[in-house]
Design a protein around this ligand. Structure first.
Ligand code: ADP
Length: 246
């Protein structure tokens, strides 16, 4: 988050944001499940200008072996940003931010996956950010959760996610890059809707307690809308499988 230039207005006098959205409007979200031939499960998500691919391998044998757990599978997550995903070429490979995001995404997905069914194995999730425009961790969670379902891994619920934040003294849904840069706060949230559980909750920036609660409630609403789209994308996937078999 950076100091906002005086003349930049993130919300105009008619209440519209720079990309034409209203305060509580999501960016366009499109998803497709089962997009890769060589992974056990996969999904592609376009969320505004974000483009994110998730692939899952497993349950499979763990290397190195000492990571094996006798009573359950382990879940490993790697979030990676492509060098061409941002305006200035990003140096390839892991950095502090991607290590942190991999860790929090793992924490967001783990409560949903029934790991006890697959002792001594690993389930590996790869999230590749091809194009980034703020909100990649929530979009990554959404893609990863679809890819896990596509891999046939038993889950208690799909994990859905969305962020809310503060720009121009207003709490708004789903910040884009410019809003994230010049806004005051960003609150990404992941949920398991059936269980009514929150599996990720972070805050970057400054909010009062009331504003924080408003942002969390709004992000949950956004995540519930995204959840419906995830269910539709999965149904679509299985309709395609049925048609291929006919
Ligand atoms: P999130 O993508 O989950 O919102 P951040 O708040 O850390 O995570 O990042 C916000 C946005 O900043 C990213 O989506 C991306 O557009 C941009 N960004 C992140 N890292 C870099 C980087 N190394 N170079 C350029 N832009 C970046």
């Amino acid at each position: 988050m950076m100091e906002k230039p005086e003349e930049l207005k993130l919300i105009d006098e008619n209440g519209y944001r720079i990309d034409g959205r209203k305060k509580y409007e999501l960016r366009k979200v499109n998803m497709k499940v089962g997009v890769l031939k060589n992974a056990n499960g996969s999904a592609y998500v376009e969320w505004g200008k974000n483009k994110i691919l998730a692939a899952v391998y497993g349950p499979r044998e763990i290397h190195p072996k000492h990571l094996q757990r006798p009573d359950r599978a382990i879940l490993r997550v790697r979030y990676n940003m492509a060098p061409f995903s941002v305006e200035e070429r990003k140096k390839p490979g892991p950095d502090r931010r991607s290590v942190e995001i991999s860790k929090v995404i793992r924490g967001a997905l783990e409560p949903a996956v029934i790991l006890e069914l697959f002792p001594r194995t690993s389930i590996d999730v790869f999230i590749e950010v091809l194009q980034a425009d703020a909100g990649t961790r929530v979009a990554g969670i959404v893609a990863a959760s679809l890819a896990l379902a596509d891999a046939g891994i038993p889950m208690k619920d799909l994990v859905s996610a969305c962020a809310a934040g503060k720009i121009e003294d207003e709490i708004v849904l789903d910040l884009n890059k410019e809003e994230d840069n010049y806004g005051t706060a960003d609150v990404p949230v992941a949920i398991m809707p059936i269980k009514n559980d929150i599996t990720l909750l972070q805050m970057d920036g400054y909010l009062t307690k009331e504003e924080f609660l408003e942002a969390v409630r709004l992000a949950i609403k956004g995540a519930k809308a995204v959840y419906q789209k995830q269910r539709e994308a999965l149904k679509e996937r299985y309709l395609n499988v049925l048609q291929e078999e006919e």
